[in-house]
Design a protein around this ligand. Structure first.
Ligand SMILES: Nc1nc2c(ncn2[C@@H]2O[C@H](COP(=O)(O)OP(=O)(O)OP(=O)(O)O)[C@@H](O)[C@H]2O)c(=O)[nH]1
Ligand SMILES: [Zn+2]
Length: 369
């Protein structure tokens, strides 16, 4: 089995970051101290070089993760070693690895990268969930997370076939509310069951882009991924049934290359993604409120009754729905809480570290395999 790197998302920009003589590979899955990677000459199980282990011991953000592009080096004993992680263009960073026994984040926890180099972040929210309509607050939260990762969010209102047209609310009205909750973000209705919108979703992956699907349990993520992947997932299920072995199947389960181009990352970490540091993303998803806040008379207005508050004025006039203001307040509190526990310089330091490692490797001029 060999891979066409460009179909895995390899670009000229990334090639420019590759140390001379190194072999590029995409991380499909990670285990303790080792990764499954896809390279032009096939799939490999590779261990981490001492530099990578050292960097990861100092800071877990340096650990290779699914979606990473890595530089492999050929060892004299006839196998590859993962020598460096190439600079990430996007990353889902969880604020803390450790959880305390009561479920909170432990104070000294550092960031952990759940997935890297994800271009498109689909936010799946069912049009109907039991008798409830799409949850706008959840959409706001996940869109904020998506912006924070550096990827481009696209909201998918899933299970559109379940929407009962006889309800007091029209489907178009629901879509309009969703659009208002995610300004500047594409919003589409999808029914994986009927196949509606699936081609449109696939279109976002053209040019071998990488996507994840975020959403609550039961939002229809797996069904959508299966609809996109069709052939591949069915094939891997047959492999599993035939020989009962897991490894090959698992690789394709976490980083799923689609036959029509593009990839979907689907890992337990991404599925459980909830609340991470996302101050920037919050600002962006609530840009309408941020703009109002700039018009408040006082620069440090708390929007709690101060004179000349533009936010409360918009609330009074009905321009700003109360639900949205509440949602913004809640996310801001959470973001502030996360920020107090996450070293803001973490990622910046990490980027510098990667650059240094890459430079170091270039200077050392590794041997070709
Ligand atoms: N009517 C309808 N049902 C759907 C659609 N997509 C998914 N479902 C059903 O909704 C249920 C949940 O779908 P999943 O794809 O497993 O949801 P998920 O988001 O992957 O859920 P988790 O694995 O728990 O995170 C399943 O019973 C699906 O058959 C759809 O477009 N229309
Ligand atoms: Zn104000």
């Amino acid at each position: 089995m060999s891979y066409d790197l460009s179909l895995l998302g390899w670009t000229d920009d990334r090639a420019a970051e590759l140390p001379e003589g190194a072999v590029p590979a995409r991380v499909a899955r990670v285990d303790r101290g080792a990764a499954e990677v896809l390279a032009a000459d096939g799939q490999h199980h590779v261990k981490y070089a001492a530099d990578v282990r050292r960097a990861a011991a100092a800071d877990p953000v340096a650990l290779p993760c699914v979606g990473d592009w890595a530089a492999l080096r050929w060892l004299p004993e006839g196998r590859y070693v993962l020598d460096a992680v190439l600079p990430r263009t996007t990353a889902f960073v969880r604020g803390g690895v450790g959880r305390t026994s009561v479920g909170g984040l432990s104070r000294d926890s550092q960031g952990q990268v759940l997935a890297a180099n994800v271009d498109i972040v689909f936010v799946a929210e069912p049009s109907m969930h039991a008798t409830d309509f799409a949850d706008l607050a959840r959409i706001e939260r996940l869109v904020a997370l998506a912006w924070e990762s550096g990827g481009t969010p696209v909201v998918l209102v899933t299970k559109s076939d379940l929407f009962d047209q006889h309800l007091e609310r029209s489907f178009d009205g629901l879509l309009a509310d969703v659009r208002a909750a995610a300004p500047g973000v594409d919003v589409h209705a999808v029914s994986s069951l009927r196949g509606d919108g699936v081609e449109l979703v696939a279109g976002y992956l053209e040019g071998s882009r990488t996507a994840v699907v975020l959403g609550a349990s039961g939002a229809g993520k797996s069904t959508l991924v299966n609809a996109l992947a069709a052939d591949e997932v069915m094939a891997t299920q047959q492999v599993r049934a035939a020989d009962g072995r897991g490894r090959h199947t698992t690789v394709h389960r976490e980083l799923i290359p689609l036959a029509r181009g593009g990839l979907v990352i689907d890992t337990p970490g991404i599925r459980r993604i909830g609340l991470y540091d996302m101050a920037e993303g919050v600002d962006r998803v609530f840009s309408d409120i941020e703009e109002l806040a700039e018009q408040c008379r006082f620069g440090d207005c708390g929007h709690a009754g101060e004179p000349g508050c533009a936010v409360l004025a918009a609330l009074d006039s009905g321009d700003l729905p109360e639900r949205r203001l509440e949602s913004w307040r809640k996310l801001q509190r959470e973001a502030a809480w996360m920020a107090s526990r996450t070293d803001a310089r973490l990622r910046k330091d990490q980027q510098d570290k990667w650059k240094a490692i890459t430079k170091e490797m270039r200077r050392a001029g590794r041997n070709r395999p």
